[in-house]
Design a protein. Structure first.
Length: 194
């Protein structure tokens, strides 16, 4: 049984979990805009994203060079969402961020600070003909007030399982090659006893 003080401390520690959402609202807005009839990615002039001031500090990689930097890049996450219609864990592999189409679009993304009482959208896509599409969300997709559907949940789970399997297969392959390259049979027993 937990004391009341323990429960209060847990509530305080978890109160801010899942509340930052620096990229999530703009990504969700980008996906909504992308799904609109007549959306033409080639006709985009610029993409304006509006975030809370503290998010500007966190999202400091406009041109990410690694998968980790891509996770902290409004430019990359929004450009990838607009191009692909989704973001997956595979999109944060270092080799994925070098795709030419992503590089061309991420330079069109700009990020601006906004106050909480501002009526700016989370994302505004401005097209070459002057047309503007904007989206503002209260909560990110998957939050209790906008829960993910079972299809989305099972798709994400299947993607995670697939990644885990690939990782294990790759690790197994490394071990097989290590065995093949052994000079002496005694080293084989060292590998299996480790």
């Amino acid at each position: 049984m937990h004391s009341q003080a323990d429960q209060q401390q847990r509530c305080q520690l978890s109160a801010t979990l899942g509340n930052l959402f620096c990229t999530h609202l703009a990504i969700d807005g980008a996906l909504t805009i992308r799904a609109l009839s007549g959306f033409d990615i080639k006709a985009i002039e610029r993409i304006n994203c509006f975030v809370r001031d503290e998010c500007i500090r966190y999202l400091r990689f406009p041109k990410p060079r690694t998968g980790i930097e891509a996770k902290f890049s409004m430019n990359y996450t929004v450009a990838t969402a607009l191009l692909q219609g989704e973001l997956t864990l595979n999109d944060f592999e270092t080799n994925a961020i070098a795709h030419e189409d992503v590089s061309e679009l991420l330079v069109k993304v700009a990020m601006f600070a906004r106050s909480e009482d501002s009526d700016n959208p989370d994302i505004e896509v401005v097209f070459l003909d002057g047309k503007r599409l904007a989206e503002r969300r209260r909560v990110p997709r998957g939050a209790p007030d906008d829960p993910a559907g079972w299809e989305e949940i099972t798709r994400k789970l299947a993607g995670g399982i697939s990644r885990a399997r690939q990782s294990r297969v790759a690790d197994f392959g490394k071990h097989v090659w290590a065995i093949r390259d052994l000079d002496k049979a005694t080293r084989l027993s060292d590998i299996f006893s480790a």
